[in-house]
Design a protein around this ligand. Structure first.
Ligand code: SF4
Length: 369
């Protein structure tokens, strides 16, 4: 093993933190991917043993009309576009009902930032769902949406988030982070909230006691330096708050976006990114192999490269599929558990807050043991 990699191995085995330069070094193509993977797998084993978690969840995307129209996005459209949609209350409740009747513990709610829908509309959507299906945990609105509510209403992040919690919010999803470096954001998502705002929303959420997740959308115009910068900004915030539960690397799908001329990240890049994330984010409990983004096969292999969570059953996902994801739109519990067992791990159902779920059919309770 070359001496620099040997030194990184020594540090990882001694639970010492990797530097930015070491993270960037691991991205060099000549550095053995499988050696990095073995180290990340050791960190994964130390933190989570042989358990791979998943949850039974559904996605709700209430609208695809978005005022930001990011070049990276294949999902959004302008009002009046033939593919534009905006769900009615009835549509929203129908998705909630289907999720509840199928035993989901979580409803994951994100969508376009509709130019005419204000904070009250978003809060009331949550409140109606929470009232109708109080057991469904609502993981809703990315930092981009939360920042827009605060800006639009002239209120603080704290008061917006506090009101959403009172309406039934359980957790914030990690979307909208993309790549934090401003030069990259100018090219892929120039109009949406910047890095400092994204981080401040999560900082505030953590201060209020909410748990959240974080993402990184990679494989477009960014460099390895930008990726490591992104991970280090997350690691610093996690040192400060401890509020992130999981990191989710998202492979960019260029199809139907303004960046359609770019090639997708390769399977090897996907595995390297999962492994480096596990090594650099030493203070994150979980790294997720989001099968919708990676594809089922790569997600299963990623379980040997540092990932310990497969996300969930996911019903009716549109955002990644509009951008060309060829993964199925949902997986059954039997399929998820088979993927995990075939990888030599023990499947455990969790809820949004990573509590173990005890289940009999569609009935479930939180395992307090
Ligand atoms: Fe809107 Fe999100 Fe798409 Fe950007 S990525 S255009 S914020 S839906």
């Amino acid at each position: 093993m070359p001496s620099r990699l040997a030194e990184i191995e020594r540090k990882v085995l001694a639970s010492e933190r990797l530097s930015a330069a070491e993270g960037e070094y691991l991205y060099q193509p000549q550095v053995d991917l499988h050696a990095i993977g073995r180290l990340a797998d050791e960190v994964r084993r130390r933190k989570n043993g042989d358990i791979v978690s998943y949850n039974i969840n559904a996605h709700l995307n209430p609208t695809n009309i978005c005022l930001y129209r990011c070049p990276l996005c294949a999902y959004s459209c302008d009002p009046g576009d033939p593919k534009a949609f905006l769900m009615t209350d009835r549509d929203v409740l129908a998705v909630g009902r289907e999720a509840a009747e199928n035993g989901c513990t979580e409803l994951h709610i994100v969508g376009g930032v509709h130019p005419e829908k204000d904070f009250a509309w978003h809060r009331d959507l949550l409140a109606r769902l929470h009232e109708a299906f109080p057991r469904l945990l609502l993981k809703a609105w990315t930092a981009v949406e939360i920042a827009r509510f605060a800006h639009q209403s002239g209120r603080s992040l704290e008061s917006i988030l506090g009101e959403l919690v009172a309406a039934g919010l359980c957790s914030l999803p990690g979307g909208g982070a993309e790549i934090f470096a401003p030069g990259v954001r100018r090219l892929i998502c120039p109009a949406k909230a910047d890095a400092a705002t994204w981080l401040e929303v999560h900082r505030t959420a953590h201060r209020l006691g909410l748990k959240t997740t974080a993402t990184m959308l990679y494989g477009h115009v960014e460099t390895p330096t930008d990726r490591i910068d992104h991970l280090l900004r997350l690691r610093r915030l996690q040192d400060e708050t401890g509020g992130f539960q999981a990191f989710i690397p998202l492979a960019f799908h260029p199809e139907n976006t303004k960046l359609a001329h770019l090639a997708r990240p390769t399977g090897l890049d996907n595995l390297r990114t999962v492994a480096i994330s596990r090594l650099v984010l030493d203070n994150f409990p979980h790294v997720k192999a989001y099968w919708i983004s990676l594809g089922v096969g790569t997600a299963q292999i990623a379980l040997g490269y540092g990932a310990d969570d497969l996300d969930g059953t996911v019903r009716q996902e549109r955002i990644h599929h509009d951008a060309g994801s060829t993964a199925p739109e949902s997986l059954t519990v039997a399929e998820l558990e088979a993927i995990i067992r075939e990888a030599g791990r023990r499947p455990v159902e969790r809820d949004t807050l990573y509590r173990r779920v005890k289940r009999t059919g569609i009935d479930w309770t939180i395992d307090s043991d």
